[in-house]
Design a binder for this molecule. Structure first.
Ligand code: KIV
Length: 267
């Protein structure tokens, strides 16, 4: 039987056991994922793309993220639940950052928050940590900066970019984050950052040397037919499985095979 996982458990895994993080945005998926052997459920702002069909993560709001987080925590998962702070919920000011981070714990039952960026949001990170809210950092390809980056591009390439990435990771560690997501950075850069830190790194498109890995559940389950970035490995083909099941249902309705006796009430 899985025991509840805390931020301290995650810290303790550094250098001992790889950390497994998966996204979830609703209660049905959370029930399934939490029965599996995962450590962290991330209510990512990728919900904007995966659940709401947006082109980027920029459009999802604080209220929508609180709703998704609540849908996840309502089923009382044993995995650590981290809520992703959406665009404009922390960049605007330190008080905004603390208030919005606090909402995820107070209104939605999350145990920690994640936010994107290093030096430019460091005061926000320090203030949230001072409010006793555990923070996960996120560096590399930070999707809320997509327009500044000019697209979804690998980050940290070249000596100067790699140096800056490591500098930001160390700043975040000093500011008190308990872990850092490294997204779409060269494997050797992620290795160097991981070795320089006392806290765990969790990679997505950052190679095998991170202390853990994260994937969007719908990506690893093969539910997104058209979308398959290089860093995604599909462990199932649920698009075809679900489509096949719905096609069979449609055929049985049309042929009269469903509903049969087993699925009807007797008078
Ligand atoms: O929003 C998200 O799903 C994320 C992960 C990809 C790290 O930030």
């Amino acid at each position: 039987m899985k025991k509840p996982i805390t931020v301290l458990d995650i810290l303790g895994k550094k250098g001992k056991q790889p950390i497994v993080m998966v996204t979830s945005y609703d209660s049905t998926m959370t029930r399934i994922i939490d029965e599996a052997d995962v450590d962290i459920i991330l209510v990512g702002d990728s919900a904007g793309m995966v659940m709401a069909g947006l082109d980027s993560t920029l459009g999802i709001t604080m209220d929508q993220m609180v709703y998704h987080t609540l849908c996840v925590t309502r089923v009382k998962p044993k995995s650590l639940v981290i809520a992703d702070m959406p665009f404009l919920s922390y960049q605007t000011s330190v008080p905004d950052a603390v208030r919005n981070a606090g909402r995820f714990l107070q209104e939605a039952g999350a145990q920690a928050v994640k936010l994107e960026g290093g030096q430019r949001v460091i005061e926000q990170v320090k203030a949230i940590v001072r409010a006793d809210i555990p923070v996960m950092g996120h560096l590399g390809l930070t999707p809320q900066s997509i327009h500044a980056f000019g697209g979804f591009k690998v980050q940290g390439r070249g000596e100067e970019a790699a140096r800056l990435l490591k500098e930001n990771a160390l700043l975040l560690q000093d500011a008190g984050v308990f872990s850092i997501v490294l997204e779409c950075v060269p494997s050797l850069v992620a290795k160097d950052v991981t070795e320089a830190l006392d806290i765990p790194t969790i990679g997505i498109g950052a190679g095998p040397h991170c202390d853990g890995q994260v994937l969007v559940a719908q990506d690893l389950l093969g539910m997104m037919k058209e979308f398959k970035p290089k860093f995604v490995k599909r462990y199932a083909n649920l698009f075809e499985t679900i489509k096949g099941a719905v096609d069979t249902y449609a055929q049985e309705v049309r042929s009269g095979a469903f509903p049969d006796d087993e699925h009807c009430f007797k008078s």
